[in-house]
Design a protein around this ligand. Structure first.
Ligand code: MRU
Length: 368
């Protein structure tokens, strides 16, 4: 996507230095656009854990490049296989909820094990990381095409009046390698001339909506309004939302959707007000092993300081200030699960389906 008119992905190999991976450091957005060099798997693990990079698809790509860096670092090591396994374990421990991360690490281990000598192992891991990144961007682009008709249909029914879409967190291109999942249909509709407006949930505690989704939409010129997390229900009661469209960090093969904390409450409000609730996802976010999302998906609990403090711009400098009484404890559950029965449909790279085992298998019959 474009930043000030220049095309960027969220992660890439540095030009003329293929031992360095570059990322957009999302901690500085929307106030500063910072590119960070990552040269070791340890740096990549920190970047994932501390959310320099975040979002299901991007975490997967970052972990894949992390494994490539691990292979490079161990090129002359006598314990190459052990080093690779340790690197994998470290990456797997960074963020537990998005399934893309473990899938990317698994793919890398297979690719590295299959190659013959160290040189080929390094080349194979670079290729695998690039394949994972390119597939992520391609799938998101296809999600855009597949979701476009849905938005066009609403616009047609409204005789061309503004289509109001509510989204939660950031399932935009910053959460993937390019395009985004939930935002891809919105960008496609906007580019096709459909009159769209996006209600952007701020998404406490890290404010991915207020900081990242708003910035992305602004860069693309899409009309939007940032709202606090509790506003959605009120808007739905007053016919001010035509469609709720979110992403997901992990979706079970039965259609339960795990996404940023607060998504479930939006789905409940949508159900109560007959507002369609769609989830956009590349198939890399589907967990083919888990049946019951509420019971089986690990929910990341992050540091309480993210709830107790808030970050913003003050006189040109990014500041972090205390929000709660210093001695009040806080809890920071990062994700929740929306059961399949509250989800109107899933928008994938292969088309739209019902959020159910039958629906998902109609699009992905070979998976298990
Ligand atoms: O904690 P984050 O920012 O990595 O959370 C991920 C998300 O951005 C959301 O849950 C998003 O809606 C799905 S990821 C495409």
């Amino acid at each position: 996507m474009n930043v000030n008119g220049k095309h960027f992905r969220t992660i890439w190999v540095k030009e003329a230095d293929n031992e360095c991976i570059q990322i957009i450091d999302q901690r500085s957005l929307p106030h500063n656009f910072v590119i960070e060099d990552i040269r070791t798997v340890q740096q990549m693990a920190t970047a994932i854990k501390d959310m320099h990079v975040r979002g299901a698809g991007l975490i997967g790509a970052a972990a894949a490049y992390g494994m490539y860096l691990a292979a490079l670092q161990s090129a002359n090591s006598n314990s190459f296989d052990d080093d690779i396994q340790n690197a994998a374990n470290n990456l797997l421990a960074t963020r537990p909820t998005a399934v893309n991360l473990s899938r990317a690490v698994e793919k890398q281990i297979k690719a590295i094990n299959k190659a013959q000598d160290i040189y080929q192992k390094i080349q194979a891991s670079l290729r695998t990381a690039q394949d994972i990144s390119n597939e992520d961007a391609k799938f998101c682009k296809e999600i855009g095409f597949n979701g476009l008709d849905l938005i066009k249909e609403i616009s047609y029914k409204k005789e061309g009046q503004t289509v109001n879409i509510l989204t939660h967190c950031n399932a935009g291109w910053l959460a993937f390698v390019d395009y985004g999942s939930a935002t891809a249909p919105i960008y496609a509709a906007f580019d096709a001339g459909v009159d769209v407006h996006v209600w952007v949930d701020e998404t406490r505690p890290r404010n991915q909506g207020a900081r990242l989704t708003a910035w992305e939409l602004l860069q693309h010129g899409v009309p939007h309004t940032v709202i606090t997390d509790n506003v959605g229900g009120h808007l739905m009661q007053h016919n001010m939302v035509d469609l709720v469209l979110t992403g997901t960090d992990r979706t079970t093969y039965t259609g339960d959707v795990c996404n940023k904390i607060g998504t479930y409450l939006k789905a409940l409000a949508a159900k109560d007000n007959d507002v369609p609730f769609y989830v956009a996802l590349p198939s890399s976010s589907i967990d083919w092993d888990i049946e019951n999302g509420i019971q089986e998906i690990p929910i990341e609990e992050r540091d309480a300081t993210e709830v107790q403090h808030i970050q913003g711009l003050l006189k040109g400098e990014i500041k972090n200030v205390q929000l709660t009484p210093e001695k009040s404890p806080a809890a920071n559950y990062a994700f929740d699960v929306t059961p399949a029965n509250l989800v109107t449909g899933l928008i994938t790279e292969r088309g739209i389906c019902e959020a159910s085992e039958k629906g998902i298998k109609s699009l992905f019959p070979k998976q298990s």
